[in-house]
Design a protein around this ligand. Structure first.
Ligand SMILES: Cc1cc2nc3c(=O)[nH]c(=O)nc-3n(C[C@H](O)[C@H](O)[C@H](O)COP(=O)(O)O)c2cc1C
Length: 372
C-alpha cells in the first residue's frame, strides 16, 4: 500500500495497524535544534487516547510514545533537541481484543473499509479494521506535536462544535472550557446537554456524527503557494485524510454561498505598526491559497461510527447476502477524539508550508513598497 507519507519538507511516514505489534511514524525534514521531549508528545497523545470517559471507546490503549531516533542533548542548554535527522516515534499496541472481530471476520461492515481493501488488495486485516483503523491517527498526533514547534509563535486549537443536529451556541464560546468537559466543547451549556444526549446514543448501541472546528493563531502571512499548492487545498486534503471525515470547509465555507459580496468582503484598513488589519475573517485567513496573517479557520464533519449494534444488511467475502451487527468497543461519536487529530493535521500542514515558504523566499519582502 503506497501513500503513507504526508508533507513536502516537513514529512512523516506512518506505519502500523490496529492489532499489529505497534504503530508510529518517522518524521523527516524537521529542522534541527527544536527542543522536544516524549512527555510533550505524550500530552497531545493523551488527549486522543481512548477510554477516558464513557463517551469514547472503552478500549484501554495507553499510547505511550518512545522517541527512537533523531534527538540529542544540546550541550549549551542541557535540553533534548531535534538533530535534523529522521525522528522515529513508536507506540506499542497493548489492548487488542481480536476475538471481538471473529464473528464479523468475513462480513463487510457497511460504512467501513473492509470491502474496498479486499477489492483492491485481495486481503484485509479485519482485526479492528487493520490499517483503516483510526489507531493510525495516533502517529499523526505524535508528528503534530513536533510540527507545532516548527512555526515560531503559532498555536493550533480545535473544538467540537456540533453533535448530530445539535450545534453549540457560539456566543458562549470559551476556549478555557474545552478541556473541562469530555467532548472538547467550548460551550459549557451544550456540553452538559451532550452528556445526556450521547448517553442515549451509546446505550442504544447506535452512533452519531459531529462537526469539529480547528483554528491556528500566529500564522505568518505568505504561507501557501498558487496554484497547485494552495494552503486551503492542502488543509482540506489533510483534514479529509482523517478517518470518517466527509466534509471540510475553510472560513465561512458553505455559508458563503448564501452571502452577498458586501457581506463576504473582508475589508482592510491600515492599523498600528504600519500593518493592515482585516475588519472580518470570512475567508478563514487564506486568500489566493496564501495565508493573510489572520487566524486560519477550518471546520469538518465526521460521519457516525459505522460499527453499531443494530443489525444491518451486507454481504460476505464469498458473495453471500447476510446481516451484521458489530459488538466490541467502539466510539459512539468519533468526532470527540478527532479534536486532537485535527490540531495535529493543521499543525503539520502549516509547518510544512512554513518551511517551503522559508526555502523559496527566505525572509520575505519588505512591505509596504515605496512609491516610485
Ligand atoms: C478518532 C476516531 C475513532 C474511530 N473509531 C472508530 C470505531 O471505534 N469504530 C468504527 O467503526 N469506526 C471508527 N472510526 C472511523 C473509521 O476509522 C472509518 O470510518 C473507516 O476507516 C472508513 O473510512 P472512512 O469513514 O474515512 O471512509 C474512527 C474514526 C476516528 C477519527
Amino acid at each position: 500500500m503506497s501513500f503513507n507519507t504526508f508533507g513536502h519538507l516537513f514529512r512523516f511516514t506512518s506505519f502500523g495497524e490496529s492489532h499489529g505489534a505497534a504503530i508510529g511514524c518517522v518524521v523527516d525534514g524537521c529542522p534541527p535544534r527544536i527542543p522536544i521531549t516524549a512527555e510533550e508528545i505524550q500530552r497531545d497523545l493523551d488527549k486522543r487516547r481512548p477510554g477516558q470517559s464513557r463517551f469514547t471507546t472503552q478500549r484501554q490503549e495507553p499510547d505511550a510514545v518512545k522517541i527512537l531516533s533523531g534527538v540529542f542533548t544540546d550541550e549549551a542548554t542541557g535540553l533534548q533537541v531535534t538533530t535534523g535527522t529522521p525522528i522515529m516515534l513508536l507506540i506499542e499496541n497493548v489492548d487488542q481484543r481480536s476475538k471481538d472481530y471473529s464473528d464479523i471476520k468475513d462480513k463487510y461492515r457497511p460504512g467501513h473499509a473492509g470491502y474496498v481493501y479486499d477489492v483492491k488488495y485481495g486481503i484485509t486485516d479485519y482485526r479492528g479494521g487493520g490499517r483503516s483503523s483510526a489507531r493510525e491517527t495516533a502517529a499523526r498526533v505524535a508528528a503534530g506535536a513536533l510540527a507545532r514547534k516548527v512555526v515560531p509563535g503559532m498555536s493550533v486549537r480545535a473544538a467540537l462544535v456540533q453533535i448530530g443536529p445539535h450545534k453549540i451556541d457560539r456566543s458562549r464560546w470559551d476556549w478555557n472550557e474545552v478541556d473541562n468537559n469530555p467532548f472538547f466543547c467550548p460551550d459549557p451549556v451544550q456540553a452538559k446537554f451532550y452528556e445526556q444526549y450521547l448517553d442515549g446514543v451509546r446505550k442504544s448501541g447506535s452512533s452519531i456524527g459531529a462537526v469539529i472546528e480547528v483554528v491556528a493563531d500566529g500564522v505568518p502571512a505568505g504561507l501557501g503557494a498558487p496554484v497547485y499548492g494552495k494552503l486551503d487545498a492542502e488543509i482540506a486534503a489533510a483534514l479529509m485524510s482523517i478517518n470518517a471525515v466527509k466534509g471540510v470547509e475553510i472560513g465561512d465555507g458553505f455559508e458563503t454561498a448564501t452571502m452577498s459580496g458586501e457581506d463576504n468582503a473582508d475589508e482592510m484598513q491600515m492599523g498600528n505598526a504600519n500593518k493592515p488589519v482585516f475588519l472580518s475573517n470570512h475567508a478563514g485567513g487564506i486568500l489566493g491559497g496564501i495565508s493573510t496573517g489572520q487566524q486560519i479557520v477550518a471546520r469538518f464533519a465526521v460521519k457516525p461510527t459505522s460499527s453499531i449494534l443494530t443489525p444491518k444488511r451486507t454481504v460476505d467475502r464469498y458473495g453471500n447476502n447476510t446481516e451484521i451487527m458489530t459488538k466490541g468497543r467502539h466510539d459512539p461519536c468519533v468526532g470527540i477524539r478527532a479534536v486532537p487529530i485535527a490540531e495535529a493535521m493543521l499543525a503539520c500542514v502549516l509547518a510544512d508550508h512554513y518551511l517551503m515558504h522559508r526555502g523559496q523566499v527566505g525572509e520575505g519582502v519588505a512591505w509596504p513598497f515605496e512609491k516610485r
